[in-house]
Design a protein around this ligand. Structure first.
Ligand SMILES: NC(=O)c1ccc[n+]([C@@H]2O[C@H](COP(=O)([O-])OP(=O)(O)OC[C@H]3O[C@@H](n4cnc5c(N)ncnc54)[C@H](OP(=O)(O)O)[C@@H]3O)[C@@H](O)[C@H]2O)c1
Length: 215
């Protein structure tokens, strides 16, 4: 059983530093996948409306036997649901699929600046947060200009920006901006979707921690 350290977000909520993402996990497999992950020691599960497997994630969480307070569940609002009212409806639909009392983290999946509705979408997430329906709100794939605009026009600084991050895409400037504004950087595809397993930075880390790939 592995234990994972926490990261404290800017609103005091703690998120496990390592989580399991279920992008591309078939709905038919996701219950077993999440159950196995929880048995192994994972406490953070990252899904999204677009992954089409929220029902199974919720089922595995409810059946896990682990106290709900020890688990951290993230979901994300998909692109077609931008806008204040649409975002509120999308959140309700996500919660109906998950069948959980509350969500730990809700993210805007992409900023879609061409549609220019991410600020009104963020206002809906702020409302969900203020109403206590979600413990933390954040964004994904936002660039510095999008974050700056949210902070200029919104009231709440995002807790998290989940972005592609690995040794071939280190996002140094964006991470600097995050640090300045107390936004946690969360990595997606930290292994470059499995293509970076022989990357020297990763093999050195794997050797140093005794976790060299076996297959
Ligand atoms: N916010 C966003 O826009 C966004 C976008 C992408 C992902 N995400 C999130 O980030 C999560 C992680 O992304 P990711 O799946 O791309 O992460 P990743 O960790 O970079 O890649 C995972 C893949 O690496 C391969 N892999 C891992 N360990 C391996 C090993 N020991 N030997 C051989 N292959 C190995 C597997 O590929 P095979 O399955 O081919 O074996 C696995 O599916 C997603 O599930 C999702 O939750 C978010």
């Amino acid at each position: 059983m592995t234990t994972v350290p926490d990261v404290t977000l800017n609103n005091g909520v703690r998120i496990p530093q390592l989580g399991l993402g279920v992008w591309q996990v078939d709905a038919g497999d996701v219950v077993d996948v999440v159950r196995t992950a929880i048995e192994t020691g994972y406490r953070s599960i990252d899904t999204a409306a677009a992954y089409d497997n929220e029902e199974g994630v919720g089922e595995a969480i409810r059946a896990s036997g682990v106290n709900r307070d020890e688990l951290f569940v993230t979901s994300k609002l998909w692109n077609g649901d931008h806008g204040y009212d649409s975002a509120l409806r999308a959140f309700d639909a996500t919660m109906e699929r998950l069948k959980l009392e509350r969500l730990d983290l809700y993210l805007i999946h992409w900023p879609l600046p061409m549609h220019d509705r991410y600020v009104s979408t963020w206002k809906a997430l702020e409302r969900l947060y203020v109403e206590g329906r979600v413990r933390a709100i954040g964004v994904s794939n936002f660039q510095e200009s999008h974050l700056q605009r949210l902070m200029d026009e919104g009231g709440i600084v995002p807790t998290v920006n989940q972005v592609e991050l690995h040794p071939r895409l280190t996002q140094a400037a964006l991470r600097g901006f995050h640090a300045e504004h107390k936004i946690a950087t969360e990595a997606w595809s930290p292994l470059g979707q499995g293509k970076l397993l022989n990357e020297p930075t990763l093999t050195k880390l794997a050797d140093a921690t005794g976790r060299r790939r076996r297959r």
